[in-house]
Design a protein. Structure first.
Length: 365
């Protein structure tokens, strides 16, 4: 069986460091590993419209922002197929068939859907498209016969729901849809990066993100304003590392060589943490170190992004060619599904011949 990756992002804004450590950096690594036969990276505009239906311009404008972030981070259209979800109409038809295999109560139990509904204050005014987006996501994954889905920890319930749908379809129709496996980041700090304000989720609406395209000055300003241990009031006070956003970011980004370059008094992060916990290390010093680490990581991405943005038509051409390729693959999967469901009426010569013979014999009787 071919090893195939499918993953993507909603185009509701520029991508931030949470996206980067949670999935994007891993996608680039997997792309360059040579271990996968096909890689599909989707800009999920149709999914973004499920809670932005009254503001389609927001989605429309942000497609290019996400594409620029993808290319700047190192996703290569020669190795990965970058495409736009709405340009693959087969995904809608697959979603329609999958809806018959999922109950309302099962969707209501999905913890990701529940938390997203709460975060958006939908309460009982939930758009149907948003409520059913785990089903749409199953179509996205199975259309490309993805074996591996690299995502953040919060998406695990979605992958589980996809596996249930695949199992039900294959059981009912005798199909051969592929059950995907989730691929989480190895570094636990990368599973879900908190916002700079200490909130559990980094969110554009909360304004607590560091964007991949932020300027050097913007990054520094955000890092120096980061939430830390509220009880660490004086330098000499012992500080808490657990749950401290500054140290969570260091866990995600810093390497031993950063200490040699920017903080030679320490060999590694463990030594820095030990000093902070026993007291005598101020938050400002730690934040300045984190700023240097983040700047090192994001500077080349920002510079590549500026270069790529000089030729926007070329970026759209990449997305157009990728969408054509993705549509071809999805059409093949949909045709196989319809054969399994026996709704491929016009190509089912056996059905036509059998019915022709039956009606002919009835007419002769």
């Amino acid at each position: 069986m071919s090893k195939i990756i499918l993953t993507g992002d909603r185009p509701t804004g520029r991508l931030h460091v949470g996206h980067y450590v949670g999935s994007l950096a891993e996608r680039v690594r997997l792309q360059n590993s040579g271990l996968y036969d096909e890689i599909y990276i989707m800009i999920a505009d149709a999914q973004a419209l499920t809670d932005n239906a009254d503001n389609p311009e927001k989605v429309r404008q942000n497609i290019i922002e996400v594409a620029l972030d993808y290319l700047a981070c190192g996703l290569d259209p020669a190795k990965s197929t970058l495409f736009i979800q709405s340009q693959v109409p087969e995904l809608c038809e697959m979603t329609f068939y999958y809806m018959d295999l999922v109950t309302v109560s099962r969707l209501q139990r999905n913890p990701t859907v529940k938390s997203e509904i709460q975060m958006r204050n939908f309460e009982t005014s939930i758009p149907v498209g948003f409520f059913t987006y785990p089903i749409s996501q199953a179509a996205d994954i199975t259309a490309f016969k993805a074996t591996t889905v690299p995502v953040g920890e919060d998406q695990a319930p979605m992958i589980e729901q996809t596996r249930e749908i695949v199992h039900k379809f294959n059981t009912v129709y005798g199909g051969n849809l592929v059950e995907p496996e989730i691929l989480l980041p190895d570094n636990k700090a990368c599973l879900r990066l908190p916002g700079i304000d200490g909130k559990a989720k980094m969110s554009k609406s909360l304004g607590n993100c560091i964007y991949l395209s932020d300027s050097e000055e913007e990054i520094k300003k955000k890092i120096m304003s980061m939430f830390t241990d509220p009880n660490h009031l004086r330098v000499q006070d012992p500080g808490q590392v657990e749950g401290n956003p500054v140290f969570i970011y260091l866990d995600a980004f810093c390497r031993d060589e950063h200490f040699e370059k920017y903080l030679p008094d320490y060999k590694n992060l463990d030594e820095l943490k030990a000093h902070y916990m026993r007291g005598g290390l101020g938050d400002v010093k730690v934040k300045k170190f984190l700023n240097n680490v983040i700047q090192d990581e994001l500077r080349p991405i920002r510079e590549r992004r500026k270069e790529i943005a000089k030729d926007i038509p070329a970026v759209y051409k990449i997305l157009e060619e990728g969408s054509i390729k993705a549509e071809k693959k999805a059409a093949q999967t949909l045709a196989e599904m319809k054969r399994a469901m026996k709704i491929n009426y016009f190509e089912d010569k056996e059905l036509i011949a059998e019915q022709a013979a039956r009606f002919s014999s009835e007419a002769d009787a």
